[in-house]
Ligand binder design. Structure first.
Ligand code: CA
Length: 504
């Protein structure tokens, strides 16, 4: 009886203490934003002054990797702190079981106000949020539709601006006696890369630097790379992706109708000259790849420009409302993306450009400004980190680790030296990327394409572009054995018992 009383008193004290000043959390999450398109990560193709503010005032993570490089699975992983085989969301045909444990639910129980605004892509309705409005499916760039608990809403305007408007309006109207979690999730810069009226002509005439591997021949690797249908040269759709819009095309009409008249005008003007030159003399072969690459970069980077503007709006808002000092701002993307590396767009592979994702965190008064962290962290760690930061106990069935100690600059004796990856959406799904799993360390990577029964091993120190598999090289036999052991250990530890999605 006495113990119970004491315990209740202790709980009361600790909840008073933790309720005193838990920080607000603003999680800005974009879709398919490559770290190569952020100037804080050294982009030579664009600048992102607002996203860079987070790096300058906080920490840049140089190797934030994902568990499964595709949209829905990444989002499910962020919410649950678990791999696909534990949260049940394997590929973009899955449906998220919203009855399971998620970090927003736990924060809500701990007294946080929670909101989810923007791209969701988990099919079922969001759970664990006081307020939500989400884009159905991929969402659309102009006049976006939102699903809300009260039904569908269509809001005129450009999606990246609208999502930010709605997010800030929620922060304005929130219960100010409670800390808050805002998940602000952009559709951009997802394919089909449709820019805002403000930026649609921003890169007209710009010549973007080509990546070294734009004309990759896919030799010295498994068949998976050559089999993938995500080539900038061959697999871009002329109308939707390349904006080679002939007059009267139904797709074009449909898209233009969603824009206001000023935007429609800006759009028509922005592509007119280049498209006319293309039609007069359509490029072939390598020239077509080069032309497609330039058009792709032009549109992709223009979408990023709006994302960056809107990150700036959020940071300014926090400052103007006295919230900046007690708010952690995180910028990340659901995964990385190929910007012509290996001749590709899209993601899915365990190669660096899609295995990695940007992660920038500003935690005023705690994280050293301008710091850089090179250890491997993951989207698997986000849920644990947010709970830890809020002073909420991290459930033992979550599979990542809080990165809060790294953000605090505390000495950490033991950190992961290897990471498990598993991609489930194989052919005939779009882009025909063979299913695979693998293990990565700071220097090496071992990948198994199990439907092909083929392996790859890369030494990132000697081959940063991952062009030469060393799996059968006798000089690497010992390293291969070691990686195979690590892989088996990780699969056992994470309880991966099948390579097939389990139907629950
Ligand atoms: Ca994505």
């Amino acid at each position: 009886m006495k113990t119970k009383y004491l315990l209740a008193a202790l709980v009361a004290i600790s909840s008073t203490v933790s309720a005193a000043s838990p920080p607000n959390i603003v999680f800005i999450f974009s879709d398919d934003h490559a770290y190569q398109a952020i100037s804080a990560y050294g982009s030579k193709r664009n600048t992102t002054p607002n996203i860079d503010r987070l790096a300058n005032e906080g920490m840049r993570f140089d190797r934030c990797v994902v568990t499964n490089s595709i949209c829905g699975p990444s989002r499910a992983c962020v919410l649950t702190g678990k791999y696909s085989h534990k949260n049940g969301f394997y590929d973009n045909t899955s449906r998220f079981d919203g009855s399971q444990q998620t970090f927003p639910k736990l924060l809500q129980q701990a007294g946080y106000q929670t909101a989810m605004i923007g791209k969701w892509h988990l099919v079922s309705d969001p759970t664990g949020f006081d307020h939500w409005m989400v884009l159905p499916g991929q969402g659309r760039y102009y006049s976006p539709v939102f699903n809300t608990p009260e039904g569908r809403r269509v809001i005129p305007g450009y999606v990246t601006d609208v999502v930010t408007d709605e997010a800030l309006s929620w922060v304005d109207s929130r219960d100010k006696t409670k800390p808050f979690l805002l998940m602000l999730q952009h559709k951009a810069p997802h394919r089909e890369w449709m820019a805002s009226a403000k930026h649609v002509a921003k890169y007209e005439g710009t010549q973007f630097e080509e990546p070294e591997t734009l004309f990759d021949d896919y030799r010295h690797r498994s068949d998976a790379a050559a089999d993938a249908t995500m080539r900038v040269g061959d697999d871009m759709r002329p109308m939707e992706d390349m904006k080679l819009w002939p007059k009267g095309a139904p797709y074009t009409e449909q898209q233009l109708k969603l824009m206001d008249s000023a935007t429609r005008k800006a759009w028509t003007a922005a592509y007119a000259k280049e498209n006319a030159a293309y039609m007069a003399n359509p490029p072939k072969g390598d020239d077509k790849t080069r032309w497609n690459y330039q058009r792709y970069m032009r549109d992709y980077m223009a979408c990023i420009a709006s994302v960056d503007d809107n990150v700036g709006r959020v940071l300014d808002y926090l400052e103007e409302h006295g919230l900046a000092d007690n708010t952690i701002v995180v910028y990340s993307s659901d995964q990385g993306f190929y910007l012509g590396e290996h001749g590709w767009y899209d993601k899915r592979f365990m190669y660096e450009q899609s295995f990695r994702t940007p992660l920038l965190v500003r935690w005023p008064g705690v994280t050293e400004a301008g710091s850089v962290e090179k250890r491997m962290v993951s989207n698997l760690d986000f849920a644990e980190t947010f709970l830890d930061i809020a002073g909420v106990q991290v459930p033992s069935d979550m599979q990542g680790a809080s990165i809060a100690p790294l953000l605090r600059g505390e000495p950490v004796d033991k950190w992961r030296d290897a990471f498990y990856y598993h991609y489930y959406e194989g052919p005939p799904a779009v882009h025909t990327v063979a299913r695979h799993y693998g293990v990565a360390t700071d220097r090496y990577k071992l990948i198994h394409y199990y439907d092909l029964d083929q392996w790859e091993l890369f030494d990132l120190e000697h081959d940063p572009h991952e062009l030469m598999s060393l799996y059968n090289d006798p000089n690497y036999a010992e390293i291969r054995d070691e990686l195979e052991k690590k892989l088996a250990n990780l699969r056992a530890e994470l309880e991966v018992t099948s390579n097939e999605p389990e139907v629950k």
